[in-house]
Design a protein around this ligand. Sequence first.
Ligand code: SAH
Length: 277
Amino acid sequence: MDHRDTYFHLFRFPPLLTSPCNDLHPHPFHPPSHFADAPDQTSIRDLVGIAAGDDVAQNIAFDVVEAKDWVKATLEDLVPVPAGRFVVHGSHDRARVPPNKLAIEIEAALAFGTGHHGTTRGCLLLLDHVLKAWRPRRVLDLGTGTGVLAIAAAKALHSAVLASDIDPLSVKVAQENARLNVSGPLVQAIPATGFSAPQFGQRRPFDLVLANILANPLRQLAGPMSRHLAPSALVILSGLLTPQVTGVIAAYRARGLVPLRHVKIDGWSSLLLRHTR
Ligand code: SAH
């Protein structure tokens, strides 16, 4: 290797794209794979041939790309994300944050939530909106990932936020991010699936719950969620593809929550609901 990475393209040319998607995607689908060392092209063609057929295997193109600091290049692509009063950024952009914004510094790592995804940004925009007119006392961020939403709420309110995640690694990342971003122990991150941890019972009733998960778990959580809410509590839900909104709203309406606002970003929907019981 002469300080270059071997670059390997897998092209799937139109004869293989026989589904109706052809009409939507007239261009060949070509996911690239990168190898640190020159790969054995024959073995790769053989393997791809077994998995995807000879036509695909024969259309693989191999190329070489210049050496590059890929981590640095990827971080540079992660530009700061503004969302209302908040801006989420990596450490490489610390100096670029406007002074009038509430900065949340999150390094791209193993947990979800750098702010770049439409669901995170939708939640931040709705959080910014509700905080303009109201100050919730008990806040929960369920499915916290990097802790981004809990940190945003704690920074904006200067008060305690409970954060939880089913994934212990995310809990650890959220704790570290909270330490980095919020002065004092305002964010408590705990491992839990849904509402199955004693801390939820101890800290309820919540005035504001943020839950950026996915449509199915959100539908299943409608019952336990409603039992942990204060009267007139607000709930911000995200992780829904826009066609899933009706089903999720129906599940929450059945538990006494009504939709107030709907933010759509990149095909993802974020909802603001109010508890009416
Ligand atoms: N709140 C962050 C991360 C959202 S990603 C943001 O808005 O960017 C969704 C997170 O929910 C993941 O970290 C995932 O591990 C967690 N999760 C998924 N299902 C869950 C469940 N049933 N209970 C708790 N956390 C869950």
